[in-house]
Design a protein around this ligand. Structure first.
Ligand SMILES: [Zn+2]
Length: 396
C-alpha cells in the first residue's frame, strides 16, 4: 500500500451507483420491498457523503468536526449527550437484546474490581517516523505477532481497505482513529490521526484489526446497533501491540499501551455506574452527595454543576458497555493466544461470526469468556502484570 488517502473518485462513483439504484427502485413504487430498499440504500449514500465531508474538513484544520459529524447518520451514535444515561442504557439493555438483569451487576459492581489499582503516569513516547515507516512497523508487528489464520484474513481483506493517514487536528478531538464499514461494496474506510507518538502505532493496528474482522457479523446486525463484542478485535489488537513492545524490551511503551486501554475500557466505566446512580437517585440527587460518592470511591474529580456531570457522560453508556465487555473478552483471548496463537485467531473469527441476539451469558459461557470484572481471572492476572511492570520501571 502506497497511498495514504482515500480514493475520492471511488467514493463519488459509489454515490452515483447508489443514486441510480434508488432512482430505478423509485420507478417501481408498487414493489413491496421498494421502501425498505430505498431506506437501506439511503443509509449507504449518507455514509459516502459523510466520508467525503469527513475527508474534506479534516484537510482544513481550522474547522471543527462537530457539526457535520453530529448531523450525519453515522455520527448519531456519538451524539447522545442530550439523552439521559438511563435512556441510553435502557434501549441497549432491554430493547435490543434479550438480557438478564445480572448484566447490570457488571456495571454496578464495576467500581470495585481493581481493588485500589492505580495507574502510573506514563506519557506516550514520541514516534517521529513517516507514514511509510509506520506501515512498515505495522508489517513487522503482523509478522512477529501473527499466525496463519490472521495472515489469511489479511490476504482476504487488504484490498478492501482504504486508508487515510493525516496530522492530528490542532484542536481537541477525541478520536484517534476510526473504521467505517461499507458492507454494500465490502469496503472499509480507515482514518488515522497522527500524533507522532507511540499512539499512532496502536491506533493503526486497532483500526486495521477492525478492518480485517468487522464485517463478519454483519448478517446479524443492523447499522448503529451495538454488539457485545464489537470492540473485541480492536481491544485484542491493543494487547498484541503492548506485547510486541514488551518483546522488543520496551517495557515503558508496553505499560503505556496496556494501562491506557485499561483506563479507557474499564476504569472509565465508572461513568456508566454514575449513569445508574443518577438514574436511580434522580429525585434525591444533590451535587454534594454526588461528589461525596466519588470521593468515597477514591475518584479524584469534583463537579461544580449538574450539567457538567452530563457533559462528562458524553460517551454513550451502551458504547462503554460494549468496550468493557470486549476488553474483558480480549483478555481471555490474549490468555489463549499466549498458549496457542493460531487457536486464538481462529476463535476471534468464530466469535465475530456469532449470532449476537443470543443471550449474553450463554454466549460468554459457550466461548469460555468471563464478563464480570470481579470474576475475571485474566483481568486479575493482567493487573498483576501491570503492577510488576510498574515496579520494574521504577527500579530501572
Ligand atoms: Zn475500536
Amino acid at each position: 500500500m502506497t497511498r495514504y488517502h482515500w480514493d475520492l473518485n471511488k467514493i463519488k462513483g459509489r454515490i452515483k451507483i447508489i443514486e441510480q439504484t434508488i432512482e430505478a427502485t423509485q420507478k417501481h413504487p408498487n414493489n413491496i420491498y421498494a421502501e425498505y430498499i430505498i431506506q437501506n440504500l439511503t443509509q449507504f449514500k449518507d455514509l459516502y457523503h459523510f466520508l467525503l465531508h469527513y475527508y474534506s474538513i479534516s484537510k482544513t484544520s481550522a474547522s471543527s468536526y462537530d457539526p457535520p459529524f453530529y448531523n450525519s447518520t453515522v455520527g448519531k451514535a456519538e451524539k447522545m449527550i442530550e439523552e439521559s444515561p438511563k435512556e441510553k442504557l435502557n434501549s441497549f439493555l432491554f430493547n435490543s437484546h434479550t438480557i438478564s438483569k445480572s448484566l447490570i451487576n457488571i456495571s454496578t459492581n464495576g467500581l470495585n474490581y481493581t481493588n485500589g489499582y492505580s495507574i502510573a503516569e506514563v506519557n506516550p513516547s514520541p514516534l517521529y517516523i513517516n507514514n511509510q515507516d509506520l506501515l512498515e512497523l505495522f508489517n513487522d508487528f503482523i509478522h512477529q505477532m501473527g499466525s496463519p489464520s490472521l495472515f489469511h484474513k489479511i490476504d482476504q481483506e487488504k484490498t478492501h481497505i482504504e486508508l487515510n493517514i493525516q496530522k492530528a487536528p490542532n484542536y481537541f478531538y477525541s478520536m484517534d482513529g476510526c473504521c467505517f464499514d461499507d458492507y454494500l461494496f465490502n469496503e472499509k474506510y480507515i482514518n488515522i490521526f497522527r500524533s507522532n507518538t507511540i499512539k499512532d502505532m496502536v491506533t493503526l493496528c486497532h483500526e486495521f484489526f477492525h478492518g480485517f474482522y468487522s464485517n463478519l457479523n454483519l448478517k446479524y446486525t443492523n447499522r448503529n446497533e451495538l454488539c457485545y463484542f464489537s470492540e473485541l478485535e480492536g481491544s485484542f489488537a491493543n494487547l498484541l501491540v503492548a506485547e510486541y513492545y514488551r518483546q522488543l524490551g520496551q517495557e515503558e511503551n508496553a505499560y503505556y499501551i496496556d494501562s491506557t486501554y485499561l483506563e479507557n475500557y474499564i476504569l472509565r466505566n465508572f461513568e456508566l455506574n454514575i449513569g445508574f446512580l443518577l438514574a436511580k437517585q434522580k429525585r434525591k440527587f444533590t451535587l454534594e452527595r454526588f461528589n461525596k460518592k466519588l470521593q468515597k470511591k477514591n475518584i479524584e474529580i469534583t463537579f461544580t454543576d449538574r450539567d457538567e456531570i452530563f457533559e462528562y457522560l458524553t460517551e454513550p453508556a451502551s458504547l462503554l458497555l460494549c468496550y468493557n465487555l470486549s476488553y474483558l473478552a480480549s483478555l481471555d483471548l490474549f490468555e489463549l493466544y499466549q498458549k496457542d496463537r493460531e487457536k486464538a485467531f481462529v476463535k476471534l473469527e468464530k466469535i465475530k461470526e456469532m449470532d449476537y441476539h443470543q443471550h449474553l451469558i450463554r454466549l460468554s459461557k459457550e466461548n469460555g469468556f468471563t464478563f464480570m470484572e470481579k470474576d475475571c481471572p485474566s483481568l486479575q492476572k493482567h493487573l498483576k502484570k501491570l503492577e510488576k511492570s510498574k515496579k520494574d520501571m521504577s527500579l530501572s
